[in-house]
Design a protein around this ligand. Structure first.
Ligand code: PAF
Length: 282
């Protein structure tokens, strides 16, 4: 992999990396589409990274679909599929980890201790191996994206971290490899997430900037669906992930909700133009 990437750089190609854990869906393909616009050599990695799964999480049953994935990548114009094995990434005596302090302990970090240490370590390793000019991550995992951006800045990496918009199903459900776990009834119920964001969006558009009012409105909508077990609904500063009481700068409205055994994440990005105009991205 290193040799291939070095050759690409020597031939003055702009190398883009799309790191994934496979089970590719249109959300991943949208990352590749954006990469194609900026890069002349595309590398995608598929590696179900054991260190980002807790002992009781779904590492063993995480969806794996290599033949279909490699066909999708080829059709999308990816030149190189990097498929390391766990023993290559974490050989015996492996003992170096990257921890992005503070940011990694909040929200998802609280619910999944050690998760972000696994994510930042593997992403750091992938970036070291490929040394791409650009690397692409989805905004659906907003906290992961913020942690990776922080790590790239803090460790003076030469890679630009690109955060791409969320791809949604026709009924608004954010695309995720874990959606395949949803039982039929839960899949239908999960549309409540999008409706809760729409309630918050309406309040924002009507001028409310009070985080508590938005959170209450979202909880009211989520309560209408008895299958939805809310882990959190939070409004945070988009860079630090510190909670906000008043939404007056770039912010994420984030939620984590369980349907049966499946925990779904989604978010809405709120921003303001220089003239103070509200911009909401679902
Ligand atoms: O978002 C993912 O699929 C994973 O967390 C990533 C970034 C590929 C690291 O394993």
């Amino acid at each position: 992999m290193k040799e291939f990437a070095r050759k690409q750089r020597d031939e003055n190609r702009i190398v883009g990396l799309v790191p994934t854990m496979g089970a590719l869906h249109p959300g991943h393909l949208s990352l590749i589409k954006q990469a194609r616009q900026q890069c002349s050599s595309l590398v995608a990695s598929i590696f179900v990274n054991p260190t980002q799964f807790g002992p009781s999480e779904d590492f063993a049953k995480y969806p794996r679909a290599l033949p279909a994935d490699s066909e999708k990548l080829e059709n999308a114009g990816v030149q190189c599929l990097f498929l390391p094995e766990a023993k290559d990434i974490y050989p015996p005596k492996y003992s170096t980890y990257v921890d992005v302090e503070g940011l990694s302990e909040r929200l998802e970090g609280r619910s999944r201790p050690g998760h972000f240490r696994g994510v930042s370590t593997v992403v750091m390793k992938l970036l070291q191996i490929v040394q791409p000019q650009f690397a692409y991550f989805g905004r659906k995992d907003a906290q992961q994206a913020a942690i990776i951006s922080r790590m790239a800045t803090d460790l003076n990496l030469d890679t630009e971290i690109e955060i791409c918009p969320i791809e949604r199903e026709a009924d608004g459900l954010a695309m995720s490899s874990r959606n395949v776990y949803l039982q039929t009834g839960d899949r239908q119920s999960a549309t409540v997430l999008h409706r809760s964001f729409q309630a918050a969006q309406t309040l924002l558009q009507n001028g409310s900037r009070d985080a508590l009012s938005l959170q209450s409105a979202m909880h009211r909508v989520l309560k209408q669906e008895s299958r939805a077990k809310v882990d959190y609904v939070e409004i945070v500063d988009a860079e630090t992930f510190e909670p906000l009481t008043h939404i007056n700068r770039k912010a994420y409205v984030l939620l984590a909700v369980k349907f049966g055994e499946t925990r779904l994440l989604d978010n809405m990005l709120v921003d303001f133009s220089d003239t103070g105009e509200l911009n909401v991205e679902l």
